[in-house]
Design a protein around this ligand. Structure first.
Ligand code: HPA
Length: 285
């Protein structure tokens, strides 16, 4: 069956069945899901009892072609908490149907996680911020021109008109603030504008986004968050501000710079994610 056939919930059930067939009998169920963005895949490699399943071995999960996104589902323990990580995500701009873009997070939800923490790389829209700043996402603007809920509603996943009042779970946000404070890591907080990409924004678009109240701009996360909230899964998201957006920072933007900045903040990101996972497991249960 091709990835565009059948109800999304039926395709997710096939992926979950394929995962369960590969896991050791009696393997503990993951409590927290993570989506690791550009250059942030190192978190998965630090897990104890790590089991990696390439997306290519699973039905309906296309592998990303973007450098820095490796395309594996990683099961393991982070400080005693059972987690499952998407090491690499696919983006809408790669040309996949939006149902494929969110298939991974729907699979995490059906594996039974109580919450999903997403990370991404983003351009900063506030001129007082710097490349390398870390931002807790408080809300988003969906400027992608589409939604994973387009078309007939799959009632097995969630309601036709899901509520988005608390898309980024207030308790999970509080927990990350506490982790950052304890680790003395400065944490920005703001609104993430999701655009289709893959071209970076023009300076005029950046001015528009600032006028709309956004603090960061990126090309991911929003479809996944909508799909997860549809399924009533709690969500938290953390952006690495890898550059100041076009017209604010000096010079041209490129993906290499995005990757390098994310890598330079790797230790802080690992600290934040590690602490967040432990606290999120309590929020999720
Ligand atoms: N714009 C959009 N997406 C991004 C950026 C940006 O400046 N930086 C990293 N991802």
């Amino acid at each position: 069956m091709s990835s565009s056939e059948g109800a999304p919930s039926a395709r997710v059930a096939e992926t979950v069945a394929a995962i369960r067939a590969r896991m050791a009998p009696g393997a503990s169920a993951p409590k927290v899901g993570l989506v690791l963005g550009s250059g942030l895949g190192a978190f998965a490699d630090s897990l104890e009892s790590l089991v990696k399943v390439p997306y290519a071995d699973l039905p309906h999960l296309p592998a990303s072609k973007v450098i820095g996104h490796s395309g594996k589902l990683c099961f393991g323990k982070a400080q005693g908490v059972d987690v499952v990580c998407m090491q690499g995500r696919i983006h809408l701009y790669e040309g996949h149907p939006i149902a494929s873009v969110v298939h991974g997070v729907r699979t995490l939800a059906r594996l039974g996680v109580g919450c999903v923490l997403l990370t991404n790389a983003a351009g900063g829209l506030d001129p007082t911020w710097s490349a390398g700043d870390l931002m807790l996402v408080s809300d988003h603007l969906n400027l992608m021109g589409t939604t994973p809920l387009l078309g007939p509603n799959d009632d097995a996943l969630g309601p036709r008109f899901p509520d988005m009042s608390h898309a980024y779970d207030p308790q999970l946000r509080e927990e990350l603030r506490a982790v950052a404070k304890g680790a003395k890591i400065e944490l920005r907080e703001g609104i993430y504008a999701g655009l289709l990409g893959p071209s970076y924004e023009t300076p005029a678009e950046v001015r528009m986004l600032r006028g709309l109240g956004a603090h960061a701009v990126g090309m991911s996360t929003v479809p996944e968050v909508i799909a997860l909230r549809h399924m009533r899964v709690k969500v938290g998201a953390l952006s690495c501000i890898t550059n100041l957006a076009a017209g604010i920072g000096k010079g041209e933007l490129n993906h290499k710079e995005v990757e390098e900045t994310a890598r330079a903040r790797r230790d802080e990101l690992l600290t934040l994610l590690g602490g967040w996972v432990v606290r999120a497991a309590k929020v999720a249960s």
